[in-house]
Design a protein around this ligand. Structure first.
Ligand code: AMP
Length: 218
């Protein structure tokens, strides 16, 4: 059983790196942002509560987020463990998490703000199947269309320069103390996230003492 948290600023590759690790080690990948986006898209009651905050890139209230995380982990579908991405995002969430779950490691992806801006503003998402693209690193073969389902590619509503500037400010004031809090428990591994995704994945595995990725990562 392996229980990991992955932290890092938007665009640092948390989703990509978690998916690679989860896929290979049979971990359940829990993305709190994806859970909220699913609720917004499917017009649930929770979706209505968080829609504006998610669209503006502002943090959802701690009580609500903690309920979502607790409910998700109570499903106990994680026989081999989990990797949670997008949580905790502030000191209170970190304390809640540390009280409730033992962790095997905190993967901290480190990326300078300038590189974050460059990457995030190039992100696109398929409006039909949700596939991620990036106009720098992963371009679709036909401009504006999903390679998988042909759906229209759109920009996430929270990937505008204004929303990003707000998220970066928020990130540093709220997340930096979380990294420090975890660091005192001595299981934070800070990984330079500027490299390509295969190199970053390998660096994570080396730090976790895991063998190289078994599948295709390119
Ligand atoms: P993400 O995909 O991780 O960037 O999350 C998208 C949005 O979901 C954020 O901008 C917040 O509005 C909300 N969200 C995700 N995780 C959290 C969290 N741990 N605490 C508060 N809000 C969150």
């Amino acid at each position: 059983m392996r229980k990991y948290v992955i932290m890092g600023v938007q665009g640092s590759g948390k989703g990509t790196q978690s998916a690679l690790l989860a896929d290979d080690l049979d971990l359940v990948h829990i993305s709190v942002g994806d859970i909220f986006r699913w609720h917004v898209k499917n017009h649930t009651k929770l979706g209505a509560q968080v829609r504006r905050l998610v669209a503006a890139g502002e943090l959802v209230g701690d009580d609500l987020v903690e309920d979502v995380v607790r409910d998700r982990l109570q499903q106990h579908d994680w026989n081999y463990g989990f990797i949670i991405d997008g949580f905790p995002r502030n000191r209170r969430q970190a304390e809640f998490f540390l009280e409730s779950y033992d962790l095997d490691g905190v993967i901290h992806l480190d990326l300078p703000d300038e590189e974050v801006r460059r990457r995030v503003l190039a992100r696109r998402l398929c409006s039909r199947c949700g596939m991620d693209y990036n106009l720098i690193a992963h371009r679709p073969s036909t401009e504006g269309r999903c390679d998988v389902c042909g759906g229209e590619l759109v920009t996430r509503t929270d990937d505008t320069p204004d929303a990003l500037a707000r998220r970066l400010r928020d990130y540093h004031t709220k997340n930096d103390p979380v990294v420090e809090l975890f660091r005192r428990k001595e299981y934070v591994m800070t990984i330079d996230a500027r490299a390509d995704k295969t190199t970053v994945q390998q660096a994570i595995r080396t730090r976790l003492g895991l063998p190289p990725h078994s599948g295709e990562t390119a």
